[in-house]
Design a protein around this ligand. Sequence first.
Ligand code: C5P
Length: 304
Amino acid sequence: MVTREAPGKINLHLRVKGLRADGYHALESVFLALDWGDTLRIDVSKGPGACELFRNCLLPLGELPFPPEQDLAYRAAVLFRAKTGFDRALRIELDKRIPLGAGLGGGSSDAAAVLLALDQLAGTGLSRAALGALAEALGSDVPFFLSPGAALVYGRGEEVIPLEPPGNIRVVLVNPGFPQDTAGAFRLLDAERGRGWPAPEELEPETLVKALAGPPALWPYGNDFLPLFLERGPGEAAEAYGAIILRLKALGAEFTGLSGSGSTCFGIFTNGGAADRAVKVLMEEWNFVRITFPLARSGNAVLQ
Ligand code: C5P
């Protein structure tokens, strides 16, 4: 049996550039993997057989709304088997802690963890490019999780440039309790940009990289979805994101943001005491609040 952690992530920065011919948007993003997430255990039988996925729902935000066969972890196993011919019976157990539709990359991280674990268990030794192609076929955020740490991310998500994760910061996550549909958020952005909603200036890679080594209070990062939701989004999202961000700032967060296309907001603290106090206050107001750290680039990532 192999056990693998599937870390969550936040986007410290997320600029949505143009709509591409394939229907995806070109991105400019800074991803940060977190020292918190889901756990997978994978058992391989000696003989051939089916793949089964059992999920333990440890989520504070309700049940899993779709069957195991639609889970990205299961689809990753099916794709790996189809591409490599690996046909042994598989049992995958998934402890699900990362809320769904939360912008924290839970499903994507599970899928990457399955690909890495199966490559190891099957002894296939797939190249970086081969694993990357499988990851990309499963979703835009999956390639990042093949070697989670901090990264600059471009393309539709497949161009991943590793960075040194920032030390000495606490990340406080606050989810308002409703999911955000990613495709819907991109559609809203396209529609509003069609009506003149401005696209912010892109930042140079050097600027993005240098900033990460400096104090969070000076980060030039931003998320294009946040001002959009605050001004043009559905009332529920505008209200919740506005209230959480304001509260995080008042509680001493040196940087605040929205992860992915929502629905999780986060605050970055360099003062551990302030972060702990913020968590206590926020837990009175929101039912999903977590404090965590950046994940040090994982030693068991086979791709460097
Ligand atoms: O790749 P993934 O399945 O995670 O993407 C979900 C949806 O998000 C896509 O169908 C697309 O509408 C949108 N998306 C996008 N541009 C990206 C990533 C996602 O438009 N770079």
